[in-house]
Write a protein that binds this ligand. Sequence first.
Ligand SMILES: *Cc1c(COP(=O)(O)O)cnc(C)c1O
Length: 397
Amino acid sequence: MTENFSGSFTQQEPIPQDGIDAALAVMQSGRLHRYNVAEGELAEAALLEREFAEQMGARFCVAVASGGYALANALRAVGVVPGDTVLTNAFTLAPVPGAIASVGAKPVFVGVTEDLVIDLDDLETKLDQAKVLMLSHMRGHLCDMDRLLEMCNATGVQVIEDCAHTMGAKWRGVPSGRQGIVGCYSAQTYKHVNSGEGGFLITDDEDVAARAIMLSGSYMLYGRHLAAPSPEVFERVKYTTPNVSGRMDNLRAAILRPQLRDLETQVRRWNERYETVEAGLQNTPGLRLVTRDDRARPVGSSIQFLLLDWSPERVNKVIARCADRGVELKWFGGAEPAGFTSRYDSWRYANAEPMPASDRILAGIVDMRLPLTFSLDDCALIARIIRAEVGAVWQTP
Ligand SMILES: *Cc1c(COP(=O)(O)O)cnc(C)c1O
């Protein structure tokens, strides 16, 4: 009998009941705008920032409208201006180069390795081209952060971390997003917490934090923040920092606070699912799994494998055969960007140099989401289906 899978790869869990209750209370109050507070009241958005900063061990936090907004805000806050060059990953998603383009800067792409992390040898040759690296921990794979920071510190390159896929992950026990000058996160539905849209940035740098808050659109009401620097710091930046509105509202903040309290549990559940699929795919001929650094504690909210040096026809065959059995795989090697599979040469506004070594890897990357609505049995079944279909195509001449 042929087994099929019938679950949905895009179905997240419901919002926890305490998030729903808190959201209802905000709606009943009518005070959805973060600076609209009653006498003595602390806004949900301000409380969320204080809690997230504490959870990440950061001094400052700003909650904003999206992850992409957090990235652009971080670039402005560290001083990137139009015409600057910003280094970033060739393997990432469109909002990352998009954030760079949105501030008038030019992305210069750094290659990807077979373990799907930034190629540090390639980075080394490009560090003299920029003052900022926007490092995307794409699909949760953390590179050798010790070596990366050593290289960037030695050359004075500031690191902004895109932690859209590493909220809850750790590098040598320290939360991902704490290694660079700014860590940016997303609370969009397909990330690790879900408020539909939303984002955060964290930093220990008081000038960067004050500028980030001014930029987010604080209408000089920065005194209502609970994870912000002291008023003197704002005095230094308040007349020279533009307002680029992108605040988070109290409704989203109310939905997010209980989810952040559950983050550790969710990370454990994602990793069980990842490990189940990974175990089921071990030693599949023709399929390469990603080796992850022992110093990293990732969050397995998706899984990737490589069909390295396979022809496009054969990869397409695998994707189609798995789809027929209910397993939705995404291929980063396709000629046209589809859904979330865009890559550096899809962003033609950036005029990127060709990167043949990365092209070979991108052409082999197959990607699959692992929503928490899947059971461990579902994950084992999915792995059996992929294994069988990869095997069937591999064996046909
Ligand atoms: C989702 C995502 C972002 C941006 O998040 P949005 O909240 O959708 O703007 C940035 N980087 C990566 C790698 C992402 O997957």
